[in-house]
Structures are given as structure tokens and as C-alpha cells.
Design a protein around this ligand. Structure first.
Ligand code: SF4
Ligand code: SF4
Length: 280
């Protein structure tokens, strides 16, 4: 079973929930933890894995043979990312915008485009105690985060329990991290910003047809509108974590909630039991 932990915006406590869920289950059953927040992976700070493997991630970007190119403009026409342009018959490639989709070389009528590898990130794997740990890291300035996430997901054991720490937001990288999940846990906070971003995230998981539940973090601040929204939309609230300065202190010291406050272990195990019941 794959459980993706996501949030409509950053800073809601997504990694706090993901790492504590992993830690509370990891001594009872084998599982993998995949940090797919590739632009800012930080679960390793809490789970302290030892890495044993490292694999560089490449994309294929176009290289134009000027001797064959007629300047027809077809490549620029088919590029959805504006990563290739034809100016006065000359082809310009912008490698930092290229997502390596291959459309330009596929559609070039003169076979003037070949592809060359460009390094965009890395996938590292190892262990945190009994937990298999994989993380992707996108190089600074690169845009093709989904490509790195695809490479992270190639390391996942089919049929085993996997916890994915997804990127924040609702854009392409999040879709890539959530789309094959059996369940998506959305972490939010009870504020108007939290509600706005939660509603966008719910729209995304509905389009992806992934069953969804909510964890309310910093419960006690704000108002009841997130609760009312979940009730109206039929989305179960599976856990509430109170606003607590000690929890914030633990997180800032790189300690998971269940390691710092072991009384939370049962709550996270209960959270997982609820997810299992919904999925099954
Ligand atoms: S599609 Fe091919 S021939 Fe046409 S401009 Fe692009 S590289 Fe040149
Ligand atoms: S490989 Fe895809 S994204 Fe890159 S320039 Fe060609 S069409 Fe654009």
C-alpha cells in the first residue's frame, strides 16, 4: 500500500506527520519511506538514514544539427515548455526550461535533432533502522522535478508499505508523487489559508481518484471552517495535532514527534489503522 502525505502549501507539518507515521510503524512492519519533496528534501534530518547507493538523474535535451535544420519551426511549435525557439531560422535551446519530453526530436521533419544527457538531480537510498529510505534531490535551478520523482518511485517495492513525503502545492511534482497512491493524507492547519489550500489539494486528489483523509496540525489556532469544509465534503479528519511549543521545539531539533513524545506512537498507529480500513 502506498500512502502519500501531501499538503496544499508548505509549512503545514507534512514531513512531521510523514516521519512520525513511518517511525511509529517501522518497528512493527517493513516499510519504505520515499522523500519526493525533491526541491527541499528534509525528512532525512528527522529519520537520519545511512545512505548506501546514489544514482544521478539525467534528462535528454535536444542538440540541433544546423547542417540538417531548415528552420521550419516545428520543434518550437510542439514544445509545451517554451524550451526551444526558432529565431530568424536559427534554433535556440534553453536547457534549464527543457523537461526532456522528446517531442521536438520526434516531430522534427529533417531528423536534425539528437538528444544529449543533462544531469538534473540525484536519487539516494539506504536505511533508517529497519525503514528503507529513498530520497530525490533536484539540482538548484532545475525545473524537471517530476523526472526525479519518477526515478525515486522506481526504487519502491511493489506490494509493500510505502510512505511518500510529497512536495507541497498542487502542481505537476505533487501529481507525480500522489497519482499512484492508494491513499493521500492531506496535512492542513485550521486557518483561512489552510482551508484555501486544502480545497485545492482535495480537488487534485479527486481528479486523480485517490481516497483522501485529513490531518489537522496546530489544532486550536484559527477557526472551525476546515472542520466544516471536511464535514460538508465528506472527507474524514483522521488525526488532530495540537498547537504545542514542545512539538515545534522537537521538530526544530530534528526529532520526530513519536521519538520525542512516545505517547504519540499509538495515535499514529491508530491513524494508519483508519487508513487501512478506508483503503480495504
Ligand atoms: S523542427 Fe527540425 S528542421 Fe525544423 S526548425 Fe526545428 S530542428 Fe530545424
Ligand atoms: S525535449 Fe521537450 S521540453 Fe525539451 S525542448 Fe524538446 S519539446 Fe521542449
Amino acid at each position: 500500500m502506498i500512502v502519500s502525505i501531501a499538503s496544499g502549501k508548505g509549512g503545514t507539518g507534512k514531513t512531521l506527520v510523514a516521519t512520525s507515521l513511518a517511525r511509529s510503524l517501522g518497528d512493527k512492519q517493513s516499510l519504505q519511506f520515499a522523500d519526493c519533496d525533491v526541491e527541499e528534501p528534509n525528512a532525512h534530518l528527522l529519520l537520519q538514514p545511512t545512505f548506501s547507493q546514489r544514482k544521478v538523474v539525467f534528462i535528454l535535451i535536444p542538440r540541433v544539427d544546423e547542417a540538417k535544420c531548415t528552420g521550419c519551426g516545428k520543434c518550437a511549435e510542439v514544445c509545451a515548455y517554451k524550451a526551444i525557439a526558432v529565431v530568424r531560422g536559427k534554433v535556440l535551446v534553453f536547457p534549464e526550461l527543457c523537461h526532456g519530453c522528446g517531442a521536438c526530436s520526434y516531430f522534427c521533419p529533417e531528423q536534425a535533432i539528437s538528444e544529449v544527457g543533462k544531469e538534473i538531480g540525484v536519487v539516494e537510498s539506504g536505511n533508517s533502522g529497519k525503514i528503507g529510505f529513498i530520497q530525490g534531490k533536484l539540482n538548484v535551478g532545475e525545473l524537471a522535478a517530476p523526472r526525479v520523482i519518477v526515478e525515486v518511485k522506481k526504487h519502491l517495492n511493489q506490494g509493500g508499505l510505502v510512505i511518500i513525503d510529497a512536495p507541497p502545492g498542487t502542481s505537476c511534482p505533487v501529481v507525480e508523487a500522489v497519482k499512484d497512491a492508494d491513499f493521500c493524507l492531506l496535512v492542513t492547519e485550521p486557518t483561512s489559508f489552510g482551508l484555501n489550500d486544502l480545497a485545492l489539494a482535495v480537488e487534485m486528489t479527486r481528479k486523480l481518484d485517490v481516497p483522501t483523509g485529513v490531518v489537522i496540525n496546530r489544532n486550536g489556532i484559527g477557526d472551525h471552517r476546515v472542520e466544516e469544509y471536511c464535514l460538508k465534503e465528506g472527507i474524514p479528519i483522521l488525526l488532530r495535532i495540537p498547537l504545542d511549543i514542545e512539538i515545534a521545539r522537537l521538530y526544530s531539533r530534528g526529532v520526530t514527534l513519536v521519538d520525542g513524545m512516545p505517547q504519540w506512537k499509538e495515535a499514529f498507529r491508530g491513524l494508519f489503522s483508519k487508513i487501512e480500513r478506508i483503503v480495504n
